[in-house]
Design a protein around this ligand. Structure first.
Ligand code: MG
Length: 418
């Protein structure tokens, strides 16, 4: 090659290489800025919260006008500043990487209580808001992102407003259960104010207390049509001996389940109760994450698990817990105190899992609470004759009626960004 040609060749080769390099750079830039969903990559810009009654609502905003809403319940005391502490893990991130964000926040909190309690409840609200964004960004309902739909509707059970024959309003509440089309109901039988109790602190029930509890179940079983199943909650108060006696005494009533007959933290005691009776035992509303359910399942301490999906870690965590339970042939009946937003989110998970049994509905009493349920979301009352039909709209698919819900706040509380 002549000197001049050689110089020209080298020059053009360098130019081609530079061109190639810019193309790679451009390609990388496009990869970073776009998603497979035919839209630019989303970035989280802001997180805000509002507490309404027993619910903590989190809103997560993005740079493209899409925002998601998630709800947490029960263990929400002090959860607002915990969510604020998550900001560094959220702002600027791609909200569609839901599980990666969730895992990053969870593992970052190992020394901050991220094994259970308020930390996980706060993370739950964030997780559900991220799924709402993911659904809205992809145009899909959340159930589709959790594996797709196995059923169109979720069976609900009514938390009963009454539990005894001396209640003057008993017939009203029993009629409500029947007229609203429920196929299952639940009563509480633990009674801190039972005059038969000898001690305000110790929870060993005497014969009279046992009789009083059994009579509540007998009254409800007599009053409800046979096709309406009955579950009974002892709220994790009693000692092991009382729990075993009650489970045995209640066997003739063929309960849907007996819930938390002993406190939740001693799995061996729960297993003792289960092994002593034919009454199905149910627990889990005070456990968190897969880790909280591992021993309960491994030791086969229950017949039914009942995580609260607004508390246990979120929708995908709920699905993972359900899948663990499914390998033991154990169904899931989530505890639920949430508004229609959280309840519909739970239903997205419940239509996607094989071992879905029933979900709690806790808004029938007092009457003012029922009225709140009906106006909480713009879609109106999502409960239809004892079932909730999961919506096909993107994300959770129900939108908070801000004007109505804001009136339910106690005065002086923060309302999202205001
Ligand atoms: Mg309970």
């Amino acid at each position: 090659m002549r000197q001049m040609d050689r110089r020209r060749f080298l020059h053009s080769a360098a130019g081609a290489a530079a061109g190639l390099f810019s193309l790679q750079g451009l390609s990388a830039a496009i990869q970073t800025a776009t998603t497979p969903y035919q839209r630019p990559r989303l970035k989280i810009t802001k997180v805000s919260t509002a507490v309404v009654g027993g619910s903590l609502h989190a809103r997560i905003y993005t740079d493209q006008g899409i925002f998601g809403q998630g709800e947490a319940v029960d263990a929400i005391s002090g959860a607002v500043p915990i969510i604020e502490s998550f900001r560094g893990h959220l702002i600027g991130r791609d909200p569609l990487n839901v599980d990666a964000i969730w895992e990053r926040i969870r593992t970052a909190g190992i020394f901050a209580g991220a094994q259970a309690g308020q930390y996980i409840t706060a993370l739950t609200a964030v997780e559900i808001a991220l799924w709402d964004i993911a659904g809205k960004a992809t145009g899909l309902p959340i159930y589709q992102l959790l594996g797709g739909k196995m059923r169109d509707r979720v069976r609900m059970y009514c938390d009963s407003g009454t539990n005894n024959r001396k209640d003057p309003n008993a017939q009203k509440f029993i009629s409500q259960i029947i007229d609203m089309g429920f196929t299952a109901a639940k009563i509480d039988i633990d009674d801190a104010n039972d005059p038969a109790r000898f001690d305000r602190v110790n929870w060993t029930a005497n014969n009279q207390e046992i009789d009083n509890m059994v009579d509540k179940v007998a009254f409800m079983r007599e009053s409800l049509p046979k096709h309406i199943e009955l579950a009974v909650d002892m709220h994790g108060r009693y000692d092991l001996g009382t729990a075993k006696r009650m489970a045995k005494e209640l066997e003739p009533f063929r309960l849907l389940w007996l819930e938390e007959p002993v406190p939740p933290e001693n799995v061996d005691a729960m297993r003792d109760v289960r092994q002593s009776t034919h009454t199905p035992i149910c627990a889990g509303e005070n456990l968190f994450l897969r880790h909280g359910f591992r021993q309960l399942l491994e030791k086969q301490a229950v017949d039914i698990i009942m995580p609260d999906i607004q508390k246990c870690g979120g929708l995908l965590e709920g699905r993972k817990i359900a899948d663990m339970a499914h390998t033991y042939y154990i169904p899931m009946a989530p505890h639920a105190q949430a508004s229609p937003i959280g309840t519909m989110a739970t239903c997205h998970m419940m239509v996607a899992i094989p071992n879905a049994l029933v979900v709690e509905w806790h808004w029938g009493h007092p009457a003012s609470r029922h009225e709140q349920w009906k106006v909480y979301v713009k879609e109106g009352d999502i409960l239809q004759k004892g079932y909730i039909y999961v919506t096909d709209k993107p994300g959770i698919g129900v939108e908070m009626n801000d004007e109505a819900v804001r009136k339910m706040q106690r005065p002086g509380q923060k309302w999202f960004d205001t």
